[in-house]
Write a protein that binds this ligand. Structure first.
Ligand SMILES: [Zn+2]
Length: 138
């Protein structure tokens, strides 16, 4: 399977001038498992992770650009495996090598999504979006 982390901050609102921590349902920085996506569509992914409010597992479709550090990962959590097995979304990778390949592709897609989402709009100042946090140390 593929794991990823939720961005700590995302741009939001008109022209991306506001910042929100994490996403509506996931805390920033939390780990999620990518269990699939709709055929031919990787802008959104189906994920399983612990919900922001309850701390219990949820299955959620979300924008790929709100995730980073995609990597192949072995799942041991019975709850995640159960949700994966019960999901009807298409799995887009098979073995470990393929998962690593897809993870690299999703990483590029997520970065591209963050770049183009607010194309031409300046970042708020100061900005803590994933792009800015990655560029500036500390
Ligand atoms: Zn920024």
């Amino acid at each position: 399977m593929i794991a990823a982390n939720v961005v700590r901050w995302r741009r939001y609102g008109v022209g991306g001038q506001e910042l929100r921590p994490g996403t509506k349902s996931y805390r920033g920085g939390s780990k999620v498992h990518v269990i699939g996506s709709r055929p031919g569509e990787h802008e959104h992914l189906t994920t399983v992770g612990r919900g922001r409010h309850t701390g219990t597992f949820i299955t959620l479709d979300m924008a790929t650009r709100h995730l980073h550090t995609f990597r192949a990962s072995l799942i041991r959590s019975p709850e995640v495996l159960r949700r994966d097995a019960g999901s009807s979304v298409g799995r887009v990778w098979g073995g470990r090598a393929e998962a690593e390949e897809v993870a690299a592709r999703l990483e590029r897609l997520a970065a591209e999504g963050r770049r183009t989402r607010w194309e031409g709009e300046p970042h708020p100042t100061p900005c803590r979006c994933h792009e800015c946090l990655t560029l500036s140390p500390g």
